[in-house]
Design a protein around this ligand. Structure first.
Ligand SMILES: *Cc1c(COP(=O)(O)O)cnc(C)c1O
Length: 396
């Protein structure tokens, strides 16, 4: 049983056949979204504890049709931690601050969710070879799932990417291309080579199914909160698939009658060294302009331009949320605080959510008693170079 109906352009609503490989909308070059028959799904699907805990938990609401193509490395099913020691340290009432901890995912980040689904579906639809640009974590996830599925992977990363990411990709047997430039330059190279050599490119939101993997964040969160949603979600934003994916998940669950129409305020956090979404939000713009000279130690946030900008800004505004930038010092300090209070080795991107939360509490935009979920999107292990002597000093 599967309820995938068609693909739909997020901008012009043009429809596409979901049964063949698709990239961006041909008319407006914006992301395509997977649409399901949610009336029928709402009748047929019952959330039950006996289902698998990975991204295929609600496989009826995922694109893969043939179970043999549902590749899994046990991604997802991550803990929602009640962060009471952390709450106490920053004088927040107990039982109101949560961390959705994505660090246990295969290859050390929540990129595994998106790549599990995108690689599976691309292979089911016959892609002979896959590629993606990446700041590090997406490349590792693609490399791992390509290995699991037995297809070729080409990853394009900036030459200055941390060595741990390059090492993982080599271990999984991916073809590693190191590019002089930023992830936007990697994206260009990846796309050009894909066209030239007949590969299918899995750039963020330039195909419809990494988003479907990421939307499982929203399904899990609702289930872990007993089919309610928190008041506030604080999310470290790069390409935006997590933010947009959760927003999509909430709409799907409401359409199926699993949750009501209440929504959390979505807070997008970026680094002050690369904050195109924050700038566009502040200027009340519908699209974001390219951020020049993007620089941050939080590699997942080093995304100077994103094709999902309109979708991100729409979700933030519809939710009555906000967008906020924090410095690299603050986000590293945040990651270290999470580690010391909760025993979770947070990625710098996860640390950014704590820094933003503290700032929003100080300014009164998040009030006592509001249930807030911080997303720790990855493991600090991949960034251990940041906790050398200099990093420790900054964090103390
Ligand atoms: C990619 C990445 C992000 C940004 O995620 P998007 O959903 O693309 O905005 C945040 N944190 C980590 C650890 C990442 O790898």
């Amino acid at each position: 049983m599967n309820f995938l109906a068609h693909l739909e352009c997020s901008q012009c609503a043009r429809r596409y056949d979901a049964g063949v490989l698709q990239g961006l909308c041909e008319t407006c070059k914006r992301p395509l979204l997977a649409r399901y028959d949610l009336d029928a799904a709402g009748q047929a699907i019952k959330p039950s504890p006996s289902r698998s805990r990975d991204v295929w938990r609600f496989h009826e609401l995922q694109p893969v049709q043939d179970a043999r193509f549902r590749f899994s490395l046990n991604e997802g099913g991550t803990p929602l931690v009640t962060a009471d020691r952390l709450a106490k340290a920053i004088e927040v009432p107990p039982g109101t601050l949560f961390i959705k901890d994505e660090s246990p995912n295969p290859t050390g980040s929540f990129k595994a969710r998106g790549m599990a689904v995108a690689v599976s579906r691309a292979v089911e639809l016959g892609a002979p070879s896959l590629s993606a640009p990446s700041a590090g974590n997406a490349a590792c996830a693609l490399a791992a799932y390509a290995a699991k599925a037995g297809v070729d992977a080409h990853v394009y990363m900036p030459r200055d990417v941390p060595a741990s990411f390059v090492a993982q990709c080599h271990a999984f047997g991916a073809h590693v291309h190191l590019i002089d430039g930023l992830i936007t330059d990697c994206g260009r190279a990846s796309m050009e080579d894909a066209a030239k050599y007949g590969r299918f490119d899995l750039s963020t939101l330039k195909e419809p199914y990494r988003l479907e993997g990421k939307k499982t964040l929203g399904y899990e969160l609702a289930e872990q909160m007993d089919w309610t949603l928190p008041d506030v979600i604080v999310y470290p934003t790069g390409g935006g698939t997590g933010l947009v994916g959760m927003w999509k998940a909430f709409a799907e669950m409401e359409a199926m009658g699993w949750i009501d129409s209440e929504r959390p305020r979505m807070v997008s956090v970026q680094s002050s060294g690369c904050a195109p979404i924050v700038r566009a939000f502040d200027r009340n713009e519908e699209t974001a302009t390219l951020w020049e000279n993007a620089a941050t130690v939080a590699d997942g946030l080093r995304v100077p331009a994103a094709v999902g900008d309109i979708l991100m800004l729409r979700a933030i505004r519809e939710s009555k949320g906000t967008a906020i930038a924090v410095s690299d010092d603050e986000l590293l300090k945040g990651a270290t605080m999470i580690a010391r209070a909760e025993g979770i080795f947070a990625a710098p991107e996860g640390g950014a959510t704590l820094a933003a939360f503290i700032e929003l509490r100080n300014s009164g935009s998040i009030r006592d008693g509001e249930r807030t979920v911080l997303f720790n999107t990855g493991s600090g292990l991949s960034y251990s170079h940041l906790w050398n002597d200099a990093g420790r000093e900054g964090a103390a």
